[in-house]
Write a protein that binds this ligand. Structure first.
Ligand code: GTP
Ligand code: MG
Length: 191
């Protein structure tokens, strides 16, 4: 897909503040610091559109980016940082969970996993939640540039073993690796 226009529209801190125009949405989900905002910028080819940082927990609100005036990319707060707690509900905030649960406009859930590590307990909880609710999901293994090609092959194999039939795409926001493949999946979800 050719990105002709990408703009930040709003940060929602409450469910009443979500866009009301009925356009479809692609959500980016994953633990804090996994690379959600970087992935979004890389896909859009707009450095700095979504804020990135070395400080985990940078993204606190649900942030909407309008693409080609046609659909939204949605940058969510990362889970697994704010509190030491077992339950994703407590860790992650009620608003994000309600948004993911109820939002009719959501066409694709992009779950990010750090390619360098095994999925965490919270990653697996999110996987189970998405599959239980029958959500259309694709997994992105982030920071692929930090691994050798051998390590990456191993890591993808391991991640895939946790995700069954869900597609897993290796991605690097530094090099753009995986960009075309992920856009294809997004295009299919929107078609
Ligand atoms: P929160 O908003 O805190 O949940 O984090 P996030 O998931 O949005 O992560 P963010 O995009 O802010 O990236 C976190 C850090 O990882 C930043 O220092 C990024 O530069 C770095 N990073 C993200 N993606 C990549 C990647 O593909 N390769 C490399 N080498 N670094 C990356
Ligand atoms: Mg972020």
């Amino acid at each position: 897909m050719k990105v002709t226009n990408a703009e930040f529209v709003k940060s929602a801190f409450a469910l009443e503040h979500l866009p009301q125009d009925g356009r479809r949405e692609i959500a980016f989900l994953g633990r804090s610091n996994v690379g959600k905002s970087s992935l979004l910028n890389s896909l859009l080819g707009r450095k700095g559109l979504a804020r990135t940082s070395n400080t985990p927990g940078r993204t606190q609100s649900i942030n909407f980016f309008l693409v080609n005036e046609r659909f939204y990319f949605v940058d969510l707060p990362g889970y697994g940082y704010a509190k030491v707690s077992k339950s994703m509900r407590q860790d992650w905030g009620k608003m994000a969970e309600e948004y993911l649960n109820d939002r009719k406009e959501l066409s694709l859930f992009v779950q990010l996993i750090d390619a360098r590590h095994e999925p965490t307990e919270l990653d697996l909880q999110l996987r189970d939640w998405l599959s239980h609710h029958g959500k259309n999901t694709v997994v992105v293994a982030t920071k692929a540039d930090k691994l050798s090609s051998n390590q990456l092959t191993k890591s993808l194999h391991q991640i895939r073993s946790h995700f069954g039939s869900i597609p897993v795409i290796a991605y690097s926001s530094e090099t753009g690796k995986g960009r075309d493949e992920l856009w294809k999946a997004i295009g299919t979800a929107l078609a």
